[in-house]
Design a protein around this ligand. Sequence first.
Ligand code: SF4
Length: 335
Amino acid sequence: MAPERVLVRLPNWLGDVFMARPLLHALRAAWPGARLLAIGPEPLLGLLAPERGADESVAWPRDGAARRAATARIRAWVPDVALVLPASFSSAWLAWRSGAATRVGYRGEGRALLLTHALRRRPRGERHLSDEFLDLAAVLGVIPVPVPPLVPSAEDVRDARAVLDAAGVATGERHALLAPRSAFGPAREWFADRFAATGKALVERGLRVLICGTAAEAASCEWIARAIGPGANSVAGRTPLPTLVALAASARLALCNDSGIAHLAAATGTPTLQIYGSASSAWTAARGPHVRVLHRAPVCSPCWQHTCSIGTRCLDAVTVTWVLAETDRLLKEAG
Ligand code: SF4
C-alpha cells in the first residue's frame, strides 16, 4: 500500500541535494497521493520549491535545542516512511525519532538498529550517488523516472536579470558562468590562471563571462575577472542560490569545478563542463542533458584529499586547450 506521508532527510551539501532530485521525482511518480516533507539545511530547501520537490519542508538546524524542536515537529507530522540520505548517525536517529514505521538508509555508524531497511553500501564510486539515493526507494518498489530540467521561478528570473543588468550584460547578450572555487579545498580547484585564459577565449567567442562564488570567495573571483579583462565581471557574493539557479538557466555555458554549482547548472539543462580533481567522478559527477566531465585520473586518484602534496597532477592534466575543445563540442551538440 502506498504511504500517505513520506519524510526525506536531504543531504547537507548543495551538489548532493541536486543528486537527490531523481529520487524526489521517482517518489512523486510512484506515490502521487503522498505528501512529501523534506528536512535539511535551510539554504538548500528553497532550491526545490520551483518544481515542488516537497510539499513541506523543515529546516534542520545546527543548534541542539532547535534540533529537538524540529524533531518534535517531524514526529507530530506522523510520517509513514522515512528515507535517510546522509550517512550520519544523527540522520538515522531523526528517522527513528520521527516514529515512521518504515525507515530506509545505508548502514554504518551504528545505524542498522535505527533503520528497518539498513542497506549495505557498495565501495564508493562503484555506483553514482544519485543511483544510491534511488536504491533506497527501490526497496519499497519505487522506480526511476525521467528528470526534467529545473526551471527557476519568475521571481528568481527577475533577480537574475538584476544581477545581469548590474554586470552590464544587456538583454539578448549571451553569458557564460565560471565557478572557479570549491568549498572542499584546493585539490578540487582548477587553477585560477587557467580559468582566466579560458574566460578570455570565451569572451573572444562573443560571450560575456560572469565569475560566481560566495562572498568569502569574492577576492579570487575578482582576480579572475580582472585577468580576463573587458567582458568579464565577478558576481561573487551577490547571487543567493535561487538567483544562481536562474542565472545558470539563462547561461549559454557553465564551467565549474567538482562543486555544487556544477550540479546546479547541469540540473537546469545548461551546457556544463565540470573539472575533476581529487574525488571520484564515477561517484558524484554532475548529470544533465548537456554535461562534459573532464577528469584525467592519475594512479593516486581518487584520493579524496582537500589539498594535494604532489602538485595536483589530476588538475594539471586538464589543459585550457582541452577545455576549449570540449566547450566547442558541447555548444555545438547543445545547439
Ligand atoms: S594525490 Fe593524486 S588524485 Fe589526489 S589531488 Fe593529488 S594528484 Fe590529484
